[in-house]
Design a protein around this ligand. Sequence first.
Ligand SMILES: Cc1cc2nc3c(=O)[nH]c(=O)nc-3n(C[C@H](O)[C@H](O)[C@H](O)COP(=O)(O)OP(=O)(O)OC[C@H]3O[C@@H](n4cnc5c(N)ncnc54)[C@H](O)[C@@H]3O)c2cc1C
Length: 498
Amino acid sequence: MRRRTFLGSGVAVLAVSAVPWRRLYAAQDVPAVSRTGAAITLPASDIADLRARLRGGLLLASDAGFDAARRIWNGYFDRRPALIAHCAGAADVRHAIEFAASHDLLVSVRGGGHSISGQSVCEGGLMISLAGMRSIRVDPESRTARVEPGVLLGEFDREAQAFGLVTPAGTVSHTGVAGLTLGGGFGRLARKFGLACDNLLSADLVTADGRLVRASATEHPDLYWALRGGGGNFGVVTSFEFRLHPSPPVLLGGPLVFPFAQAKSVLRAYADYSMTAGDDVYADAMIMTLPDGQRALMLDTCYGGPIEDGEKALGTLRRFGKPMQDAIAPTPYVVLQTLSDQALAPGRRYYLKAGFVREIPRDMGDGVVEEFASLPPTVIAIFASAGGAISRVSPTATAFWHRPARWNVVAATVWDNRADDEGNIAAGRRAYKTMEPWVKGFYVNDANLAEQSQANVDSNYGGNHPRLVKVKTQYDPRNLFHLNANVVPAAGIEPATP
Ligand SMILES: Cc1cc2nc3c(=O)[nH]c(=O)nc-3n(C[C@H](O)[C@H](O)[C@H](O)COP(=O)(O)OP(=O)(O)OC[C@H]3O[C@@H](n4cnc5c(N)ncnc54)[C@H](O)[C@@H]3O)c2cc1C
């Protein structure tokens, strides 16, 4: 009897394997959106095929985990891809790209999911999610690190700092390393060590035709050049190799808060001081509303050198006015990197407009402060530090053009309810208007792409644009990867909407 049962189940297995395996999963065709925005249908058998190929898995709207996987940092974007390829490695990325290319499907690429303008999630297309690719390998001997594209910068910081090493990669620990690096990558130590992309030694990338290539100074050098500031235009990076720098685990830094009544004079002093500050000084100025409802001007600080030198350099900031809170203190770098995590928590609704400036003239600073007196408390103005080592790299050495910028000025709004969208977006736009006359170009990573024309995006790449078009045409001639600050290939295939 037992033997019969065993034989019976064996027959069942044979019978199942005689059925084409794809039919086991074949549920139904799925409506989707093409690369150029047309309505298309994905056959169930092709979807089953893709599902069987992926090591990490494929998620459809009916699958558990679909909703969590489609969410990105900015809760304002509630888009539903037709499919989510949850990639476990380069092979999965390759299968996903081949599927998208052969079906001419709209594609979005998700690294850490922090695209402010929602580019990493598409409506009706294929979301290539790298969120599961999280390995980090630090080599303390060669001072390099290999980082997969789903890694968040706090994870990277912790691994590197365990060996007394660091590379600059942002200021909020839940931001993704991938998108941040490809667009540039400002961080607390960037004035000292350059942008994240300046520390990128090589990248493995799957191109639109499914090839896995390595880009470095000696392999595909044009692609390597383009990846450093040209964003996600050229393929999907499956591994980043970074240069690391020795840096102590504890640095002097933290917030210094002044009452709003002193905001104009503090901002003027800050603007003057910053023009001659050393590379070790990082200080972002923010005009904001504190949790107790008071408006304030905050300097978010970090000193990259020895603590005693930092006391002198950051001590100057204390004398810009009479601080109401002074939390500048020796602090582990990995803790400094988390100080804004809560204020910019994932899942809330955000609207942002930003641009680069070379100075903060008195008219601009005063104007921003005056306008903020009557803006809702949901609005924040940020003067985010640049300059130093970032500016000493030639604008044509990498695709990152805006080397001379000294600040990225940002008007951001943060709220929670859909019903408040209109008012908050209007307030964000009003805040940005006070900065706009001084702005020259924008950072591709926080650009409000829905409000930029293609002509503006082109000119924002400055003198690097013709070379970027050449590289784009070589590696992505059909513009499969266009949900980004798009470099339109020479064939002239215009981007579709997300
Ligand atoms: C809270 C917060 C704080 C921030 N702080 C900083 C900061 O301090 N410094 C700074 O420079 N920027 C900062 N940014 C901006 C940040 O650089 C961008 O949001 C960046 O896109 C985040 O990368 P990500 O991988 O998380 O984003 P995703 O949303 O995953 O990706 C954004 C885009 O990058 C491309 N992309 C992502 N991964 C890949 C890949 N593996 N291969 C090819 N293309 C890819 C795609 O085009 C994608 O649409 C911040 C953003 C947020 C939301």
